[in-house]
Design a protein around this ligand. Structure first.
Ligand SMILES: CC(=O)[C@@H](O)[C@H](O)COP(=O)(O)O
Ligand SMILES: NCC(=O)COP(=O)(O)O
Length: 246
């Protein structure tokens, strides 16, 4: 199979985390998104959480209006978030699980167990012309549920793979490899993300049926030391090495 292009979506949530530490207006997540665009990002991802711990409603408005890149709007399956998505009509919406008490996303959406709840969200977002993605575990039953729900895209949760080491990490990686192949068989566009770093990205980027990686926390952290463009350049070169073997 010829090497498919591998897109890099830059998640700018944690620029807003730093901004909110002082309750002011900088660093500005929209400026980060503009710099990411200049550095060659294929898209911007932003997660408007129910508790607004980082990205704000105004950030979403400005990301929509001031950044010339597709916006992947991460959202919980709630009426509030659906209304915001339908108002802004981002390029894409990725439905993610959300628990107020969590530090960060702890796993994938239970698309199978929440099928009836999710169905109208997928339908209404799709009818509005928004490309719907479901953030799920590398589990065949979840892939099948995503397909049945009519979502054209899934994003595989790579958090467990990133957190594990040794054999346990290899086992998680094999789950992702198999899920990415199954997604392709089902006709689902396959993305991946959460927790990816320079040290963990290559085995995921080597999976040819994955066409987009969404990476944020690590890139924003690295940007503190070397700037966002340089951090992205290194991540992109690792992705390219993995994809082309160069
Ligand atoms: C869904 C996902 O893995 C992340 O994009 C998500 O945004 C993580 O939540 P925080 O950004 O709040 O850590
Ligand atoms: N959906 C994953 C994402 O957008 C970024 O996750 P992370 O790199 O911030 O962990």
């Amino acid at each position: 199979m010829m090497n498919r292009k591998l897109r890099l979506g830059v998640n700018i949530d944690h620029v807003a985390t730093i901004r909110n530490a002082r309750g002011g207006s900088f660093p500005d997540p929209v400026r980060a998104a503009q710099l990411a665009a200049q550095a060659g990002a294929d898209g911007i991802t932003a997660h408007l959480r129910e508790d607004r711990r980082h990205i704000s409603d105004d950030d979403i408005t400005r990301l929509t209006n001031e950044v010339d890149l597709p916006l992947n709007f991460e959202m919980a399956a709630t009426e509030e978030m659906l209304g915001i998505a339908l108002r802004h009509r981002p390029h894409a919406a990725c439905i993610v699980p959300e628990k107020r008490e969590e530090r960060t996303t702890e796993g994938g959406l239970d698309a199978k167990g929440n099928f009836d709840h999710l169905k109208p969200f997928v339908s209404k977002l799709s009818e509005a012309g928004i490309r719907v993605s479901l953030f799920i575990e590398a589990d065949p039953a979840q892939l099948e549920a995503a397909k049945a729900l009519g979502a054209p895209v899934i994003e595989l949760h790579t958090g467990a793979y990133c957190e594990e080491t040794g054999e346990a990490r290899d086992k998680e990686l094999q789950r992702i490899v198999k899920a990415a192949a199954y997604a392709d068989e089902l006709g689902l566009e396959c993305h991946a993300g959460h927790g990816l770093t320079y040290n963990t990205v290559k085995p995921i980027a080597e999976i040819d049926t994955i066409v987009e990686l969404n990476i944020g926390h690590f890139l924003i952290g690295e940007a503190i030391f070397c700037g966002l463009a340089q951090a992205m350049d290194k991540m992109r070169s690792l992705m390219n090495e993995a994809r082309t073997g160069a």
